[in-house]
Design a protein around this ligand. Structure first.
Ligand SMILES: N[C@H](CCC[C@H](N)C(=O)O)C(=O)O
Length: 283
């Protein structure tokens, strides 16, 4: 049961190749929770289960959050999975495609594998696609009351749901205090990722992130994509945006119809073996 650990700006993932896990169809919720646990397990912001067979692309991928929930898409996860394929010599620097539950993406790896560019698909603000409860609409600058504060949010999807809250200044404390309540708010039938957004100038934004099923993370590719798209939709930034996060920066280019091109690094951390004894602990 070999695993491969990487991080993308401190948003770390464990790659588990089905070929190394005979008899497994996918990690169960219990297995995922203990593998990802920072004390009782190997520790990770999620599991990347692939490559899987698919008719829609060259490689299939499933993404699991540390709470065991499955995500439709992960930007950092896609860069890490693509780097794994490169390290295993399953791909070269020629473009290739990866199929996720949230859609097919196109990947280009720079020589050496440390920098990757991914066409993430199109951002939508459509309530039915995100989803957000209420009348069909674009969810732009709506009010929401959380604890002692009323926030103005814009919602978006790039395969997975996002709730973006522009503020004059943002902080990790904001994400920790209000993120969990926004993540699980009844507005969002499939829960949501949360970003507190500070616009630095027309080419730079800062976000603090509370991820669905993962909590506070140091970086997020889909959050970067959604936040930059929201800032552009609101007229606050141009089409090329650097997203600044505690773990580092991701480059976002916004094309026609809010198509998103994401460029960012991946760092190789370790390879190892999961021991069966790991699964005797319940977390
Ligand atoms: N927690 C997210 C998936 C991981 C997103 C993030 N790590 C990224 O890089 O996009 C969700 O449930 O939609």
């Amino acid at each position: 049961m070999r695993f491969h650990k990487y991080h993308a700006l401190g948003n770390d993932y464990i790659v588990m190749d089905p070929a190394d896990f005979p008899g497994w169809s996918a990690p169960t919720t219990e297995q995922t929770r203990v593998i990802c646990h920072r004390n009782f397990g190997a520790g990770s912001d999620g599991i990347l289960w692939g490559p899987l067979p698919t008719q829609r692309a060259q490689f299939g991928l499933r993404i699991f959050n540390p709470d065991g929930s499955e995500a439709e898409k992960s930007g950092n996860g896609l860069r890490i999975f693509s780097r794994y394929l490169y390290d295993q010599k399953k791909v070269t620097t020629a473009p290739f495609t990866v199929d996720t539950p949230g859609g097919v993406v196109n990947v280009v790896i720079a020589p050496g594998g440390q920098l990757l560019t991914i066409d993430m698909g199109h951002v939508s603000f459509d309530s039915a696609k995100i989803p957000v409860v209420g009348a069909p609409r674009e969810v732009l600058q709506e009010k929401i009351q959380i604890l002692d504060r009323e926030f103005i949010f814009t919602a978006a999807t790039i395969g997975n749901p996002h709730c973006v809250i522009p503020l004059p200044t943002v902080s990790p404390e904001l994400a920790h205090r209000y993120g969990p309540h926004l993540e699980t708010h009844a507005n969002f039938p499939r829960k949501t990722n949360v970003q507190f957004l500070q616009v630095l100038d027309r080419a730079n934004i800062r976000i603090e992130i509370w991820e669905r099923g993962a909590g506070y993370t140091l970086a997020s590719g889909s959050s970067s994509s959604a936040s930059a798209a929201v800032a552009h939709k609101l007229g606050l930034v141009d089409r090329k945006v650097t997203v600044h996060m505690p773990g580092g920066q991701i480059g976002i280019e916004i094309g026609d119809n809010f198509s998103i091109r994401m460029t960012g690094p991946v760092t190789r951390v370790a390879e190892g073996t999961l021991h069966p004894e790991l699964f005797t602990t319940k977390v």
